[in-house]
Design a protein around this ligand. Structure first.
Ligand SMILES: NC(=O)c1ccc[n+]([C@@H]2O[C@H](COP(=O)([O-])OP(=O)(O)OC[C@H]3O[C@@H](n4cnc5c(N)ncnc54)[C@H](OP(=O)(O)O)[C@@H]3O)[C@@H](O)[C@H]2O)c1
Length: 339
């Protein structure tokens, strides 16, 4: 049984917990995989640790009431440990980092990541921040610690972008990855095609929960750049920082631009592109024959340009509760397979 510590119990970590709740019999029967949540830490909603495992139903009941303190008293339950103590002292085999992303410092998650590896725990990330700031340090640390560092969920949620790029295509030479890595901006561009203004489309994206209250990381291109940086590091061992990216968002795209592209059989997309030499995020007017041009609404996609196969395009969700939770599960299954 793989014992898990969930650092952060928001949208994404709850998505994983829900899959474990509903699929555990199937995962055990089909894949011999079983996992148990032993620790959950949040910033303001309390924390719980129980070496013999926490009951997922009860975790949901408690968090829906607003605080993990609502979890019933049971033998062996510890309450109120701080996040660092949870990482260092819990008996978890795997730490799942699902706290908010900070692209400037990666903190406090970056310290959590190093602490997890120091404590001999595998590390599975949904949070992009630490990887954007310190990808190579973390990879080196994980190697030295003899633990796995996995981050499928950070790029295109559970769509197996990292797995396909680094594992399924490992025998190919990949010269370039080009993708639509941000759902909010793609949703806005899609709505503009049907006549909505940029401001209206953005407001609708916010209403649907695609865009944050402060949408700047999405619309200015930095969220896509962060994912592209992680992808470039994983594919090409690239040493780029975010500052090395040329980044332009979609706020300059007018309704007129979108509509006139349409009459030419083209579509504006916010395209993130990485090669071994560099990376960019910018609006590009793509011919409709390009698979990326046909990726609509909040869907994401990436095209790998390879020597043996030519272009290989993966299209799928780039966000969402169970979609991102599934990305975490995929990493846990890899850890399980590696034994
Ligand atoms: N949402 C998506 O579709 C998606 C997709 C891919 C990747 N991601 C990434 O996944 C991560 C989590 O996203 P989310 O949507 O689940 O966010 P969220 O709903 O805001 O949840 C964040 C969780 O982290 C907790 N937290 C914050 N600081 C903490 C700390 N210092 N120690 C322990 N817990 C802490 C929060 O606790 P409180 O509730 O007490 O504040 C909350 O439980 C982010 O980095 C995000 O970029 C999200």
């Amino acid at each position: 049984v793989l014992k898990l510590a969930l650092i952060g119990f928001g949208f994404v970590a709850q998505g994983l917990a829900e899959i474990l709740l509903h699929r555990s019999d199937e995962l055990r029967a089909n894949l011999g995989f079983s996992a148990q949540i032993v620790a959950v830490a949040t910033r303001s909603r309390g924390s719980l640790y129980r070496p013999d495992g926490l009951v997922i139903d009860e975790l949901f009941t408690a968090i829906h009431q607003g605080r993990l303190d609502q979890y019933p008293d049971v033998v062996g339950l510890e309450r109120g440990w701080d996040t660092m103590r949870m990482i260092r002292e819990s008996s978890a085999d795997v730490v799942i980092e699902a706290t908010p992303s900070n692209f400037q410092t990666g903190q406090p998650a970056l310290d959590y990541c190093h602490a997890a590896l120091d404590a001999g725990k595998h590390l599975v990330m949904a949070n992009k921040g630490p990887l954007v700031v310190a990808y190579h340090d973390l990879v080196t640390h994980a190697r030295q610690a003899g633990r796995q560092l996995r981050f499928e969920a950070t790029v295109m949620a559970g769509t197996p972008t990292i797995h396909v790029g680094t594992s399924a295509l490992a025998g190919c030479h990949i010269s370039e990855a080009r993708g639509i890595l941000n759902g909010t901006t793609n949703y806005i561009l899609t709505q503009m095609e049907s006549g909505m203004s940029y401001a209206e489309a953005l407001a609708q994206a916010q209403k649907l929960g695609y865009a944050e209250a402060d949408p700047s990381a999405d619309v200015d291109g930095w969220d896509a750049a962060a994912k592209a940086l992680i992808l470039a590091a994983a594919l090409f061992n690239s040493q780029m920082t975010l500052a090395d990216f040329s980044v332009k968002g979609i706020s300059g795209i007018t309704l007129d631009n979108v509509q006139s592209a349409r009459t030419r059989g083209e579509r504006w997309k916010l395209v993130a592109r990485v090669t071994p030499a560099g990376g960019s995020v910018q609006p590009v007017c793509l011919p409709i024959s390009d698979p990326l041009a046909n990726v609509m609404r909040a869907t994401n996609a990436v095209t790998y340009t390879t020597d043996h196969l030519g272009d290989v395009t993966l299209i799928g969700p780039g966000a969402g509760r169970s979609q991102t939770g599934f990305g975490l599960l995929a990493d846990l299954l890899e850890i399980h397979r590696a034994g």
